[in-house]
Design a protein around this ligand. Structure first.
Ligand code: NAD
Length: 485
């Protein structure tokens, strides 16, 4: 199938622009590596111009003095626009990222819901009055941070762009968004919809370019007041170093190596389905992927047999095809990295139970497909048991006692999410409190709503997105003391 090549521009100061040096980058469909679009390859100068535009917009009375209820109405309008355009957005997401259309539709719906949720909070960001010794009035003002830079990864392009854009706008910040260089299309569309919804010029800017040039400039620009970084822990550490030089606020949403713990009293068919979906959704490219499964020895054999059978029956193919259950990984380099980990796992002594190769189907030859892969006998010392593979690779380990399972689950530098499977309330809550993670799901996996905090412990991040708590990050607190004597 030949695809109509789309040419996109980027949004800076309310204008649709090419890169200042005229260069563009090709955007590929990961299911066949055909070029589907071209986007401007922004330069440092373009990044600087975007920060400048956001700074000017932040100080403009049109935005600064806007009634917070009106900001809420703009976000409500944006919610409606995302919903009206959901078919186009979902299609674009699938063509660019590779995930199934059903998943993309879910992501677009999630993005709309994030705008809806924060629309309702825009006029409820309140300070407090504080009792102090007599004849004084003491209160706090909650003020926006200023210019916020949003660095977005490629695995959930629209959902993660919305996750930080919504609270940033609700709190009155102005935004420079840099989507991933490989999946920028829906973020550009989101910029277009934000403008249509009534955000004044310069309030939302979208620059498309590389992490090493544009991203690195944005996170070290002195005029930036807050950075929201979602990506790998390796890049996150570089971003924190750059931010430290200007004492810029950071919110870090990083990687995970998330455990499921399945006890013998669990609803086993439900747990098998969730363990499978928790690693093979989006071809395993989720920070929250349940990439390690600890299964109790008394149910181990039957559980693993059934899991492997169900995995073997999965239909792999292009995300746009209705029958597809798992699409490709997002890039050729990701495919190479995942297959490299499979080789490591085999050499380290883990037993490959299923997958581990490119699929044989010649129809899929040109795409970045990897079979859904399952290893058993994995330990925390092996790369497959400790590194975030960010692909469709599950590691299974048998356990005897609860203590042993919790110890192995915590034996990682990451601490993002965990799944517990049991019908015993005491076990469920006891293990939930002992897992060193920022979020736990009991008898389902994963559960995240725009209203529930999401963030990592340990190397998985700093701070929280989602929920009222997220607004803490997007605002700063000023204390005012008035002498009434
Ligand atoms: P990445 O770190 O390679 O890139 C993320 C973003 O950072 C991209 O936009 C990239 O261009 C930019 N970037 C790269 N170098 C930069 C630099 N020096 N300065 C500033 N920006 C730079 O991550 P990725 O491969 O795109 O995404 C996968 C990672 O994201 C995984 O580790 C995954 O777990 C994590 N992730 C975390 C969450 C979460 O909420 N915790 C959500 C999704 C993804």
């Amino acid at each position: 199938m030949t695809v109509q090549l789309q040419r996109f521009k980027m949004l800076v100061g309310g204008e649709w622009k090419d890169s200042s040096n005229g260069l563009a980058s090709s955007i590929l469909d990961p299911s066949n590596n055909q070029v589907i679009a071209e986007v401007p390859r922004a330069t440092k100068q373009d990044a600087r111009a975007a920060v400048d535009a956001a700074k000017t917009a932040f100080h403009s009375p049109e935005w600064r003095d806007m009634d917070s209820a009106k900001r809420g109405r703009i976000l409500t309008k944006l919610t409606g626009l995302v919903r009206e355009n959901s078919d186009e957005l979902a299609r674009l997401e699938t063509m660019n990222e590779g995930k199934t259309l059903r998943e993309s539709k879910g992501d677009v719906a999630w993005a709309a819901r994030a705008f809806e949720y924060f629309a309702g909070l825009a006029d409820k960001i309140e300070g407090e009055t504080i009792p102090v010794p007599p004849r004084r009035l003491n209160y706090t003002l909650k003020e926006p941070l200023g210019v916020t830079v949003h660095i977005v990864p490629w695995n959930y392009p629209i959902a993660l762009a919305a996750r930080s854009l919504a609270p940033a706008l609700a709190a009155g910040n102005t935004v420079v968004m840099k989507p991933s260089e490989i999946t920028p299309l829906t973020a550009i569309k989101l910029g277009e919809l934000a403008a249509k919804a009534g955000t004044p010029k310069g309030v939302v800017n979208v620059v498309t370019g590389s992490g090493s040039e544009v991203g690195a400039h944005l996170v070290s620009d002195k005029d930036v007041d807050g950075i929201i970084f979602t990506g790998s822990d390796e890049t996150g550490k570089q971003v924190m170093e750059a931010a430290a030089r200007n004492v810029t606020h950071v919110l870090m949403e990083l990687g995970g190596k998330n455990p499921h713990i399945v006890f013998p009293d669990a609803d086993i068919p439900k747990a098998i389905k969730a363990v499978k979906d928790g690693i093979f959704t989006n071809a395993g490219q989720m920070c929250w992927a349940g990439s390690r499964a600890f299964i109790h020895e008394s149910i181990y054999e039957g559980f693993v047999r059934e899991l492997v059978d169900k995995t073997a029956a999965m239909r792999i193919g292009p995300g746009l095809e209705d029958s597809t259950e798992m699409g490709p990984v997002a890039s050729k380099s990701r495919q190479d990295i995942v297959l490299g980990y499979v080789k490591d796992g085999t050499e380290e002594g883990a037993k490959l139970l299923h997958g581990g190769k490119k699929p044989k189907d010649p129809r899929l030859d040109k795409g970045n497909f990897v079979e859904p892969t399952i290893f058993e006998n994995v330990t925390g010392e092996m790369k497959v048991g400790s590194d975030e593979i960010f692909g469709p690779v599950l590691s299974i380990t048998k356990f005897k006692t609860t203590d042993e399972a919790v110890t192995m689950a915590n034996e990682t530098d990451y601490g993002l999410y965990g799944g517990i499977w049991t019908s015993n309330l005491k076990t469920a809550h006891d293990v939930a409190s002992r897992l060193e993670v920022g979020g736990v799901a009991i008898n389902e996996y994963l559960v995240t709503f725009p209203q529930t905090p999401f963030g990592g412990y340990k190397d998985s991040g700093i701070g929280h997105e989602n929920g009222i708590r997220a607004l803490e990050y997007y605002t700063r607190t000023k204390n005012v003391s008035v002498n009434l004597g």
